[in-house]
Design a protein around this ligand. Structure first.
Ligand code: AMP
Length: 378
């Protein structure tokens, strides 16, 4: 067991979006300095960090300078090239490890790793050509979902196939040479479990969170899930197995489908804090971002007790129509607002989120949706 990295030290984060921003806020509250690295400038994370490196992920000189300036590095998105983590590792530890990153970066590697560990995933086939996709559709049947093996998020790089006649067109649109075809899971609901694990193998978790998506983008998360306790317990158990099989040090989210016949299948994993865990900032003793700090620094993990029923709703760029959102109306309601400092609002872009509470989970769910609707009040 190496010595913990204590407050006063400098933490590095690869990627500079809202997850990096909330990590930096948690880290600075604990007395750490934060350096952030991404190709962009004046980023959501950079705005609240001590130093913002703006350089490409393949700029080994800048990566080395970044790595020399910090005591440990983590990341806030998984598409960091392996060469970047290799370079950084010469100077300081990277958590979660390059191996965990590599599993999460490729949907085929991810599904194979999880399946080999005895965990349940949707049926799938690897495809590298339109002909292979056709054969896979015939094997798995329709509907089925094709996804690029890497770089997809929020439904980007994926399409639902309803008949084999769509194969050529969809394959051309994906413009890839490696993809996965998955059975379409007729799920009852989607859950996620966010957890943290330190180098001693101690694990804490939140949730499960119950998630609803719109256009493949997370829309609303509620916690507790309101599901039967045995479903919650099985989801948590699956997440613990993922943590142990990947030997994760850091925060990781396991996204799950609950099928109509009660099975729990893993959809995907994200080796970092997750959008569904944002409500932990306002509803739990220790939030997912503080856990990320604690886990990568080798500190004891924090208490994950939830104070109150909570619901989180994303605020997308879509609510900036011709006029700005009605912040006064929103802030007259009893919700917590988090905005990410993004200058340009685009449809589908995550600009912020709100968290609401309630005596029941239905009350919290209603409150968060009503508050978000109030942004459109004239
Ligand atoms: P992903 O990027 O894989 O997390 O997919 C985004 C969303 O698309 C998921 O949260 C589901 O709502 C839906 N989805 C993805 N894969 C499947 C599948 N195999 N069956 C049914 N729905 C899916």
């Amino acid at each position: 067991m190496t010595n913990p990295i204590l407050p006063g030290a400098t933490l590095g984060v690869l990627g500079s979006g809202q997850l990096g921003r909330m990590f930096a806020i948690a880290a600075r509250r604990l007395g750490y300095r934060v350096h952030v690295y991404s190709p962009d400038v004046s980023t959501p994370a950079g705005q609240v960090s001590d130093r913002e490196f703006s350089a490409a992920y393949n700029d080994l000189e800048q990566l080395a300078e970044f790595a020399r300036s910090v005591d440990v590095v983590t990341f806030e998105f998984e598409n960091v090239p392996a060469a970047a983590t290799d370079c950084i590792q010469k100077y300081c530890p990277v958590h979660p490890s390059k191996d965990v990153l590599s599993v999460a970066q490729n949907r085929i590697r991810e599904k194979l790793t999880l399946r080999d560990a005895g965990l349940a995933v949707p049926r799938f086939c690897e495809v590298t050509t339109a002909e292979e996709l056709r054969a896979a559709v015939l094997e798995l049947g329709v509907p089925s979902v094709v996804k690029t093996a890497s770089s997809g998020y929020d439904g980007k790089g994926q399409a639902v196939l309803h008949n084999v006649g769509q194969v050529e067109e969809i394959w051309a649109e994906l413009a890839t040479n490696q993809a996965i075809l998955e059975q379409f899971v007729d799920f009852d609901c989607e859950l996620s479990v966010v957890g943290a694990r330190n180098s001693r193998g101690e694990i804490v978790h939140y949730g499960p969170f119950l998630n609803t998506h719109t256009d493949h983008i997370l829309d609303v998360t509620i916690c507790p899930s309101g599901l039967a306790t045995d479903v919650d317990a099985r989801a948590i158990d699956v997440a613990h197995q993922v943590f142990d099989c990947l030997d994760v040090v850091g925060v990781l989210c396991v996204e799950l489908f609950v099928t109509k016949d009660g099975q729990i299948l893993i959809n995907e994993i994200a080796p970092r804090p997750h959008n569904s865990g944002h409500l932990t900032i306002d509803a739990h003793n220790t939030c997912q971002f503080e856990q990320q700090v604690r886990a990568i620094c080798g500190l004891p993990l924090g208490d994950t007790t939830q104070h109150t029923n909570a619901a989180m709703a994303n605020i997308l760029g879509d609510v900036w129509n011709d006029v700005d959102p009605n912040w006064s109306a929103l802030l007259a309601t009893d919700v917590k607002l988090h905005l990410y400092g993004k200058v340009e609002a685009r449809p589908g872009r995550k600009m912020g989120h709100i968290t609401a509470f309630g005596n029941s989970i239905n009350d919290a769910d209603r409150a968060v949706r009503e508050a978000r609707d109030s942004l459109l009040n004239k």
